[in-house]
Ligand binder design. Structure first.
Ligand code: C2E
Ligand code: MG
Ligand code: MG
Length: 610
């Protein structure tokens, strides 16, 4: 073929190739293949410079120039890895003057490299052993121009595609985030509400019942507090992972917040009874998921859940009601420690409303001097008044007896007990100070104050007592703190150091309601407690009850052995008193001697034996 014809056909072939596709890599490779083949080159390359303003996804990732080579290898190694080839290319590109469109450079080792500028995008390099003729270089210039335009369009197009994909991904992510919980990837509370709405609507037409199951992990807070939130998060992720196993097109799972999860089981049955029974079966499956401990960072955590549920539309007409009701039932399950789950009933809401109202009453009483301390005198068998127990009462209330359990019960369910406990301690220490000023007889032992477990395990309890003793300037041994036996055993390790510290101050301690718990001798031996109070349950009708007698006898013997005084509480008649005296008990408290009464009444009685 003569030269002119060769050039025309080469131009034609190359220009047909350019733009035949919108795939940059494919077109460049085909272009180079034709160049290589038609011009008998050693190699040829399209180099697109990375510093170009255009963005290409793979450019961005590698931060290297894009190099298309034909053939791909040089002396056995890929072009991009051959040091010699790359050095030559770098050299020629460096020397390629910005104004020149084509440059021919002779290289000793590689032969001749002819570089064409692809505008400011990069270069087309032809590599031969012999110099490419000027004519050919000229004839390739318009083609190079076209190639440059094509590369530019491709870059723009790819950039647009990448932007679109990124936008789609971002939209997808936003959509996902709007409906999912970021920690566990379960549905979030907003989305589960939408689903419940949809399920409820569906139920209107098909008449089926669905269940909203509300779960809350038991004892998660202490783990979170002691092991750190990162560990807590890991546990929540694992819990979510296990719950996720239950998921199918009728079971939706969400994290409601904190350690609370919601499971909605739709279309259970048309009959409420059947839906209920299926829900209980399902809850069993949920609990089984946690039969094996969760392992996080080589530690095992035995997780359990409190579960409440409500059937809808049977019990709840709106998603918000369904959630609230199942939550109420969950609290009931937690309170009563029932693992099988509890179904919501309207009476639970009534109880809750009463509780909320009661909490308000207690708060008001705290703020407005609404409490009073009554004292129930304690006597020695020789009829001397040796002490008194402080018992909380509503101020200005006509019903003077048995109100303490009501107040304490309300306050124990939340942290109000701490404020009440502080008030009781302060008021009682104030009363001790008054008694001391009036002159207490030497046989008067102490004023006893009931201490709630929450108070005892607060960090600064001991310091609080020290401050109170100082504030009221009372003799430490006139203060006796009562701790119920059950609470003592449940929190033994935490409470023992507090009791020991109190002992070192001379403050006395007493184990209240003794005999109802399971204190063993081993427990008691290590406790420097001053007193055991025989619970009223064993005192009621003790003279007619050999079992109570045996227990009381055992407690008295225990006290004697461990050098603790023993007081029997709740004595209502003489027969009980005679029986207890015969068993060796010398200290008593009960309606038989005195009912709880205002402080002034105690103050008046302290100096006169009955
Ligand atoms: P507790 O410490 O065992 O107090 C004895 C309870 O038995 C008192 O009831 C008292 O009034 C009652 N009682 C005394 N003698 C007799 C009797 O002969 N017959 C009968 N049936 N009952 C008798 P109260 O005052 O209702 O207190 C109930 C519980 O409430 C107390 O049991 C104590 O655990 C708690 N409590 C009372 N005041 C406080 C307080 O200030 N702080 C704390 N944390 N708990 C308190
Ligand atoms: Mg008591
Ligand atoms: Mg008691």
């Amino acid at each position: 073929m003569n030269q002119a014809l060769f050039i025309i056909s080469l131009q034609h072939e190359l220009s047909m190739l350019i733009g035949s596709q919108l795939d940059l890599s494919l077109v460049c490779k085909r272009f180079l293949k034709v160049c290589n083949h038609r011009m008998s080159l050693n190699s040829c390359h399209v180099i697109l410079k990375n510093q170009n303003k255009l963005f290409l996804p793979n450019w961005h990732a590698t931060r290297k120039d894009l190099i298309y080579s034909m053939p791909k290898r040089f002396e056995g190694a890929p072009w991009t890895e051959s040091k010699l080839a790359m050095a030559q290319l770098d050299n020629i590109l460096e020397n390629h003057n910005r104004c020149e469109q084509a440059v021919i450079s002779k290289q000793s080792q590689l032969g001749v490299l002819t570089s064409f500028r692809l505008k400011d995008l990069g270069y087309l390099i032809l590599h031969t052993q012999v110099q490419v003729r000027d004519e050919l270089v000229h004839s390739l210039l318009p083609i190079t121009e076209k190639l440059a335009n094509f590369c530019y369009s491709c870059c723009i197009q790819q950039q647009l595609v990448a932007e679109m994909q990124a936008r789609e991904q971002a939209e997808h992510k936003i959509k996902h985030q709007a409906t999912h919980d970021s920690l566990t990837n379960l549905y979030n509370r907003e989305h589960i509400s939408v689903l419940i709405q949809q399920i409820a609507k569906h139920a209107e037409t098909n008449g089926t019942q669905s269940a909203l199951i509300f779960t809350d992990l038991n004892n998660f807070k202490p783990i979170n507090d002691t092991m750190g939130h990162a560990m807590g998060d890991q546990i929540l992720i694992q819990v979510a992972y296990r719950l996720h196993r239950l998921k199918n097109n009728k079971i939706h799972i969400a994290r409601f917040g904190g350690d609370e999860f919601i499971i909605v089981v739709s279309d259970l049955a048309q009959s409420v009874a059947e839906a209920r029974s299926k829900t209980f079966n399902f809850i069993e499956q949920v609990q089984q998921l946690f039969s094996l401990p969760i392992r996080v960072q080589a530690k095992s955590y035995q997780i359990s859940m409190s579960i409440g549920f409500c059937l809808f539309p049977y019990a709840a007409k709106t998603p918000a009601d369904a959630i609230t009701f199942a939550d109420i039932a969950m609290y009931e399950a937690k309170r009563s420690k029932i693992s099988a789950g509890i179904e919501y009933s309207p009476s639970m809401s009534e109880i809750l409303a009463t509780k909320a109202a009661n909490v308000e009453i207690v708060k008001q009483a705290l703020a407005n001097n609404g409490f009073a301390l009554f004292y129930q005198a304690q006597y020695h068998a020789n009829k001397q008044l040796i002490g008194a127990e402080a018992l909380i009462r509503w101020n200005h209330s006509s019903n003077e007896n048995s109100q303490a359990s009501e107040i304490i019960g309300i306050a124990e369910e939340n942290n109000l007990i701490l404020q009440i406990g502080d008030w009781v301690l302060d008021a009682a220490c104030g009363h001790i100070a008054q008694l001391e000023r009036r002159g207490l007889p030497t046989y008067f032992d102490a004023i006893s104050i009931n201490i709630s477990p929450k108070q005892l395990i607060t960090d600064n309890f001991f310091e609080k007592i020290q401050l109170l003793l100082k504030k009221h300037k009372i003799q430490n041994h006139h203060l006796k703190l009562e701790i119920t036996e059950n609470i003592l055993i449940e929190n033994f390790d935490q409470i023992v150091p507090v009791i020991k510290a109190l002992k070192s101050l001379g403050v006395q301690t007493s184990i209240d309601d003794f005999g109802t718990g399971y204190s063993s001798l081993t427990y008691l031996k290590s406790l420097p407690v001053d007193e055991l109070k025989i619970d009223r349950n064993f005192v009621v009708g003790i003279h007619n009850n050999p079992e109570s007698q045996a227990i009381a006898q055992m407690i008295i013997a225990l006290g004697n052995t461990l050098n603790m005084q023993v007081l029997a509480e709740g004595i209502e008649d003489e027969a009980e008193l005679i029986c207890l005296k015969a068993l060796g008990c010398h200290l008593f408290q009960g309606y038989y001697f005195a009912k709880p009464a205002p402080f002034e009444h105690l103050a008046g009685s302290v100096l006169q034996p009955i």
